[in-house]
Design a protein around this ligand. Structure first.
Ligand code: 261
Length: 408
């Protein structure tokens, strides 16, 4: 990529740090939405789109394609489905989309996910208290998506470790004044995870090549390929890493953020416990309120363009801060309040356009089934008053811990 001189940025944006964005990006982004909905942030070395209007325009713009963020590309390599366009993107989407089609998902999602949710709730039920991010939300998330991929043999704590390491590496985004990574050692844990993933998955691939089964990975290898041939594993790994990060982590973030939102509105939690049919609305609001993929995807202009009054030369990456777009005060009243009764204006947590999430339908069901089982078994669940709920993350965001208690 050609890198031109970094654009000018006002002093307040030059003072923005990665730690500040990770701890709480909302104040910076509130000002961006007001003053500069498409702005260059020096610590990120990139433009960010922060409003619903600008994110929607860019995501659907014919002159913009997908591009992986700089730290994302360092973590996943090429060709990752989120960072390619044209024929390769079409091939990768034709490979990942079929198992995630609604008519397909409807056939097995309940039979697959409900026993997983039931097992992890049963592990907690008589304890009276637990930290639900690590012990429930993340476990259901990795088990559901891991089993879909064909990774039943990898235990859930190992899958959790993989997504945490890939996630930290993917979002190690800070750059210095020259545009070089500010913390190059921050990629080490992602490199470790990838080495371990290959040592575990290579033998599974060896077997799927000769003995195809119904796992998504087996289909990725075989579908649409001439008889007797399979896709090359080096062609598949970057997209597998996309799944082992985002698809394993984000349903868990969405489950946790929905719970945290409901705990902030006890009367709405009670309404959902009494009427589980409200869960899809509660989950959509959870994803709007704290978007799991807060600012982890990007687009690139193929032509010189002007967006929101900013001239973007061709090949300029723009980070899509959907977590900010989902707090746009021009679209949502009191956007930082969790409220399942707000008008159900669609959110942008799954993105938009050609690179919109392939797992929208499946992910929503995973979250629904997990929360149905949790609230059905523990209807009097509440936050443990000895802990506060902290959220963390700029690229990916959710509660760090959710300490809960209930009557046994
Ligand atoms: C399955 C979606 O995963 C991702 C999405 C955006 C950035 C990185 C990801 O792994």
């Amino acid at each position: 990529m050609t890198v031109s001189a970094a654009p000018e940025a006002p002093q307040w944006l030059r003072d923005v740090t990665m730690q500040e964005l990770e701890r709480n990006p909302y104040p910076v982004y509130e000002r961006l939405r007001r003053e500069q909905p498409l702005a260059f942030i020096p610590v990120l070395g990139a433009y960010v789109a922060s409003t619903r209007e600008v994110c929607t325009e860019i995501a659907n713009h014919p002159d913009f394609g997908g591009i992986i963020t700089k730290a994302g590309g360092r973590t996943f390599g090429h060709p990752a489905v989120i960072g390619v366009n044209g024929d390769i993107h079409e091939d990768l989407r034709s490979m990942v989309d079929p198992a995630l089609q609604p008519t397909e998902v409807d056939r097995w999602v309940d039979g697959m996910v409900r026993p997983i949710a039931q097992r992890y709730v049963a592990d907690l039920e008589y304890r009276g208290r637990a930290e639900l991010m690590s012990e429930f939300c993340e476990k259901v998330s990795v088990r559901a998506v891991g089993n879909l991929l064909g990774l039943e043999s990898v235990d859930s704590d190992k899958l959790r470790e993989w997504f945490h390491k890939l996630s930290n590496s993917f979002t190690n985004a800070a750059v210095d004044e020259s545009g070089d990574f500010a913390n190059p050692e921050g990629f080490r844990e992602g490199d470790e995870a990838k080495a371990e993933i290959r040592s575990v998955v290579d033998p599974l691939i060896d077997r799927w090549i000769v003995e195809p089964d119904d796992s998504a990975m087996s289909h990725w290898l075989h579908d649409g390929m001439p008889e007797g041939t399979t896709r090359d594993r080096d062609y598949l790994y970057p997209t597998l890493y996309v799944f082992l990060l985002g698809a394993l982590q984000e349903p868990g973030h969405a489950i946790g953020s929905t719970l945290a939102g409901l705990f902030s509105r006890p009367e709405q939690l009670e309404a959902v416990v009494d009427e589980p049919g409200l869960l899809p609305r509660a989950i959509a609001e959870g994803m709007r309120w704290t978007s799991p993929i807060w600012s982890a995807t990007a687009r690139v202009s193929e032509q010189d363009t002007v967006i929101a009054g900013v001239h973007l030369p061709a090949n300029t990456p723009v980070l899509m801060s959907y977590g900010s777009a989902n707090h746009d005060e021009n679209a949502y009243d009191a956007p930082s309040t969790y409220d399942i009764t707000r008008p159900p204006l669609p959110h942008l947590a799954f993105g938009a356009g050609k690179h919109a999430c392939a797992g929208i339908y499946f992910a929503n069901h995973v979250c629904r089934i997990a929360l149905e089982e949790l609230l059905d078994t523990l209807p009097n669940i509440e936050l443990d008053p000895d802990h506060v709920v902290d959220f963390w993350g700029w690229g990916f965001r959710g509660p760090t811990e959710l300490h809960c208690q209930w009557e046994v």
